[in-house]
Each structure stands twice: as C-alpha cells, then as structure tokens.
Design a binder for this molecule. Structure first.
Ligand code: GTP
Ligand code: IMP
Ligand code: MG
Length: 337
C-alpha cells in the first residue's frame, strides 16, 4: 500500500520500532517520515544481532535505500540527531524539516528542574514538554536557525506528498501511544501533544485522505512508564514471574505492567481509525510462538487470543511479533481484502 501510518495503541513502547523496521524491509518504501513528540521516544530495533535505540531518526533505517525524514511537528535535539546520523552513517539519506523546533539545554533543565513535571507527571526529562510550551508561545528556535543542521534541511511535506502522488511506498512512523495523547489520554499524565494518527500525519504535513493504512500497534500486555492510571496493574514481582518486566529505553525506569486491556484497545482503534492491528510480544504470552514465522506454527491458545482481539476491536490482526529481532514476525497481511 502506498502510504502506511504506524501508531502506538496503548502507552508507548508497544514495539513500534520492530514493526516499522519489518515494514521497511518487506515493503521497500522510498522514504520513512517520523512524526510524534521528539527525543522522549525510544524505539528499539534488533537488526542482525545488534540493538539500536532510536530517539530521533525513523526505525526503518535498516533498509539502506530509504530516505529517513523528520517532520516539522517533531522536536529536534541537535546533539541526538547528529549522533544518530553519524552512528548509522546516514548523512546522505537523512532529512529534517526547517520548521522542526529545537530542544535547547534550558528546556531539559526546566523539564528536570520542575517538581511537577519530574515527580508528579514523571516525564522523560528530555525537554520535550518545555520546548512545546515555547513552540506554542512562538519563541522556540527552529531547525532553519541552526548552522549545524543546514546540510540536512529539506521540505519533508513536499518530499512525502510527492512520493505518495507518484504511487511509491511511504511509511509514516508515530511515537508514544494513544493514551499518552494530550487530548485523548489520561490527562494530566500524558505527553505534550496529541499523538494519535491524525496528528502524526499532520506532523509530516500529509492530509487524512492520503493515508491508505493505519496500523495500530498493541503489545500482548500493557506497559506504562511514569505516573497515571493503569487498569489491573500487577506487582513488579508478578511482572518478573510472567516475563513482562521491562526497563524503559530512554530513561532506564521500570515499566509498570497489566494484562491486555480490550476496552482500551477498542477505543484506540476508534481514535486512530485503524485498518490493521500489529500485536507484539506474542512469544511472551505464549512461549511456543517464539520465532514463529507462519500463522500455522502457533498454538491454539494464541490463535484464540488473537481471535478475541479481532472480535472485540473489529479489525484484522495482520502482524504478530514473535521475538525482539526484526525478522521474528508473522506477516499475514494477505488476509486483507
Ligand atoms: P516507543 O516510541 O517508546 O513507544 O517505542 P517502541 O514502541 O518501539 O517500543 P520499545 O522499543 O520502547 O520497547 C519494545 C521492546 O520490546 C523492545 O525491547 C523490543 O526489542 C521488544 N520487542 C518488540 N517486539 C517484540 C516481540 O514481538 N517479542 C519480544 N520478545 N520482544 C519484542
Ligand atoms: P514527556 O513526554 O517526557 O513529557 O513525558 C510525559 C509522559 O509520557 C511520562 O509518563 C512519560 O513516561 C511518557 N512518555 C513519553 N514518551 C514516551 C515513550 O516514547 N514511551 C513511553 N512513555 C513515554
Ligand atoms: Mg519506547
């Protein structure tokens, strides 16, 4: 499909990095454009035995032919951007929009120095909230004002819309998760802007009619970092026992966990107008699924769980994560009409 948009269905960390990198390899898009908030994101990509933790550039870097773009709605931390670009040797294929707002040291200080943000909301401390405050106040500097970024500046909306118009495959990568949205999430325990599909598209400058597929990513259980409600939350001890215990990519904090929430999933599908579901960490709930690549290999209980998800959200589960590596996935998009 020419334009697919990927978003998180719960509270972030659903495994979007792994799903996007699989699609980048399989669908061979000409470009991947990242939306979302900024460097508060941490996407893990385990590719050919090496673990990459992306905070700024799109996770689809594994496809060497892809342009890697950052849309004007995304906040850029210059140091993180340059570091990731150098680490990936991606100088010739990264592009950043001149209108991206810049995270400065003072934004990070304000984020970490505020008791409200640090202790009550328990933000990632990456300066994103205070930077978005300045963007709304129209005092933030933009990428076009930073000499070190000059060589990477490009009109991301134009590049992306041109590729879509030419019928080429394009991926739009969201970050965070639906219930961290400033509008639709568990306010005040949310991030500093909306992160549902419509806003992710707007971060790039692509209108809703240009999106062909909206893939919402759910993990087979729910995790959340920082403050805020989490229905049926289990204890850390129980999480360790079940193999659900995780540590956050950006902050190293513990992720809280709970069983899959069918009501939240249903609402997420509604808020994002999802056309497909990706379900990650199936191998953690059902160890027999580990490394499976075909639907026929997975046990009956796992099939039952997938059916239950599909029946409750009325949307097909097309991608199934069966391990952390990019190729540990079942891709059954052929079931789509
Ligand atoms: P955010 O933008 O923060 O939401 O990032 P994300 O959705 O990309 O998730 P993140 O990388 O923070 O956390 C997901 C973790 O699960 C990573 O360690 C992945 O390597 C791992 N992972 C992803 N899919 C699977 C899967 O199907 N099975 C297993 N076992 N691990 C997975
Ligand atoms: P902020 O986005 O750093 O302001 O943090 C606000 C809330 O969103 C906190 O609860 C963070 O833990 C959470 N958050 C922000 N980005 C992510 C993410 O990428 N994954 C998971 N949680 C996130
Ligand atoms: Mg993450």
């Amino acid at each position: 499909m020419p334009c697919s948009l990927i978003v998180g269905g719960f509270f972030g960390d659903e495994g979007k990095g792994k799903i996007v990198s699989h699609l980048a390899v399989k669908d061979d898009p000409v470009l991947i454009a990242r939306g979302g908030v900024g460097t508060n994101a941490g996407h893990s990509v385990l590719w050919k035995g090496k673990l990459y933790k992306m905070r700024m550039l799109p996770s689809g870097f594994v496809n060497q032919k892809c342009r890697l773009l950052v849309g004007p709605g995304v906040l850029v931390d210059t140091a993180v951007f340059l570091k990731e670009t150098a680490e990936l040797n991606a100088e010739s294929r990264v592009g950043i929009d001149p209108q991206c707002a810049i995270i400065e040291a003072q934004h990070i200080e304000r984020d970490r120095g505020s008791d409200y943000l640090k202790k009550k909301i328990a933000t990632t401390g990456t300066g994103c909230g205070p930077c978005n405050v300045d963007r709304v106040g129209r005092t933030a500097r933009l990428a076009r004002d930073v000499p070190k970024l000059k060589q990477y500046l490009t009109d991301v909306a134009f590049e992306t819309n041109t590729a879509i118009k030419e019928g080429k495959n394009v991926i739009i990568e969201g970050t965070q998760g639906t219930f961290l949205s400033l509008f639709h999430g568990t306010y005040p325990y949310v991030t500093s802007k909306d992160v549902t599909a419509s806003s992710i598209a707007a971060d790039i400058g692509v209108g809703p009619k240009a999106i062909d597929e909206v893939i919402v990513v759910f993990k087979a259980y729910v995790t959340r970092v920082g403050g805020g409600p989490l229905k049926d939350e289990i204890t850390e001890e129980e999480a360790v026992k079940r193999g659900w215990y995780e540590v956050a990519t950006v902050t190293g904090r513990k992720r809280r966990s709970a069983p899959f929430d069918f009501d939240l999933a249903k609402r997420s599908v509604m808020l994002n107008s999802a056309t497909q579901i990706a379900l990650t960490k199936l191998d953690i709930l059902f160890p027999e699924c580990k490394r499976a690549k075909n639907f026929g290999e997975i046990p009956k209980e796992a099939v039952k769980f997938i059916k239950k998800v599909e029946d409750s959200v009325k949307t097909p589960v097309t991608l199934l994560g069966t391990g952390p590596s990019v190729d540990e996935i079942i891709d059954r998009r052929k079931i789509l009409p």
